[in-house]
Design a protein around this ligand. Structure first.
Ligand SMILES: Cc1cc2nc3c(=O)[nH]c(=O)nc-3n(C[C@H](O)[C@H](O)[C@H](O)COP(=O)(O)O)c2cc1C
Length: 377
């Protein structure tokens, strides 16, 4: 077996992962009407069930939290039922699956907001991304509206409800999307949070929204079923902090000691989440930097190869590695890594939206003979 360190079992919270090759959360914009997961989505995840853990795509905790057309939700009964077919299929195939629960905040668009009006954020500071409308049009981003205090506590409750719905849907756990310029990240960083109340200003105040959400979801699920994803130094959508080292050290220290399933850090080189393939050699090594501040399982993601993943585990900088783009085109990625088989290239043009093309039609490597290496498509 190649890269053996990736194939030691790993305990996260209540479950044991048979390997350390994790499928990163990947928004694919292929849910059905009403943002309900479909049989096609179930097939896609089942094909990837040999991952140590699947972290299913960013899923909105409320209609207001939606940001992308045909992205799934976890706030209606139909969505719970749709997700149940996914979790049952993955479990029947021997897999384990968490759901990433998310609120897009300022990266959303008025076409998603119940009753219209601009998207919401800690402060009225616009993103540098372009917006997506409900019907898949790319449009200039809108300036968000700053949330009132009372609205903030109702969003905390939305997360708690989404956590309960995720348990009802059969997920093994949830991951809080606190990375990549989503609403929780918008509260954390002072480039997007210029509030002067208890949710703004000091690091403690900016971390308050994350910690309130964490308390409310762990009360529902237990801490061992909750992971948190952060992207220190990430600048997706123009997000920035004046002192990311201090902010994320402090946030991670607050997350430590709570018996969480894991902390999931995206390396700075992946901050553009799929917009560029470049590896920035000078990027800070988040896993190494922040590991001493967290007492639990650490997942690391972004631009890993099989070799760099294995050496990161061997060095002790992380406990498991999450792969994003390679999982799009290699449903049997864990096996391919174990076999030292070539990886199939992914086709960026089919990342978002559409049907089975570029979604469920990437085959596993051919066994007992030549390993299939797909041509670029
Ligand atoms: C198509 C696509 C969709 C993504 N969707 C999400 C998402 O829903 N939630 C999230 O936290 N990150 C998302 N990411 C980021 C990935 O989880 C991962 O961190 C990133 O792709 C870097 O890892 P890689 O180099 O192995 O692809 C997405 C990335 C891509 C390419």
């Amino acid at each position: 077996m190649k890269h053996a360190s990736l194939f030691d079992p790993l305990q996260i919270g209540n479950i044991t992962l048979p390997n350390r090759v994790v499928m990163a959360p990947l928004t694919r914009m292929r849910a059905g009407a009403g943002n309900v997961p479909t049989a096609l989505n179930a097939l896609y995840y089942v094909q990837r069930a040999t991952a140590g853990l699947i972290i299913a795509e960013g899923t909105a905790v409320s209609e207001q939290g939606q940001g992308y057309p045909s992205a799934p939700g976890i706030y209606t009964q139909e969505q719970i039922v749709g997700w149940k077919t996914v979790t049952q299929a993955v479990h029947s195939a021997g897999g384990r699956i968490f759901l990433q629960i998310a609120h897009n905040g300022r990266n959303s668009h008025s076409s998603f907001i119940p009753g219209g009006g601009p998207p919401v954020a800690p402060s009225a500071v616009a993103s540098t991304l372009s917006g997506f409308t409900r019907d898949f049009r790319q449009v200039p981003i809108e300036t968000p509206r700053a949330l009132e205090i009372a609205e903030i506590s109702s969003i905390v409750q939305d997360f708690a409800r989404a956590a309960g719905n995720s348990m009802e849907a059969g997920f093994d756990g949830i991951e809080l999307q606190a990375a990549n310029s989503h609403l929780i990240d918008q509260f954390l960083e002072d480039g997007t949070n210029v509030r002067t109340d208890v949710y703004g200003g000091s690091i403690k105040n900016r971390t308050r929204f994350l910690m309130e959400i964490l308390d409310s979801v762990t009360a529902v699920t237990g801490a061992g079923r909750v992971g948190v994803r952060l992207s220190p130094f990430g600048q997706y959508g123009g997000i920035r902090d004046s002192n990311p080292m201090k902010l994320f050290t402090s946030a991670i220290q607050e997350l430590s000691g709570r018996g969480l399933a894991y902390l999931h850090l995206i390396e700075g080189r992946g901050s553009e989440i799929g917009l560029g393939d470049a590896l920035h050699e000078d990027a800070l090594n988040n896993a190494k930097l922040f590991r001493p501040h967290f007492d639990g399982v650490l997942l690391s993601a972004a631009a890993y190869t099989a070799s760099s993943a294995a050496s990161t585990i061997e060095e002790g900088s992380a406990d498991a590695i999450a792969f994003g783009r390679h999982y799009i085109s290699n449903p049997d990625l864990a096996q391919r890594i174990a076999d030292g088989a070539p990886l199939a290239p992914y086709d960026r043009s089919t990342f978002y939206g559409g049907g089975e093309l570029g979604y469920t039609d990437y085959p596993p490597a051919v066994k007992d003979g030549a390993i299939e290496s797909m041509d670029a498509r």
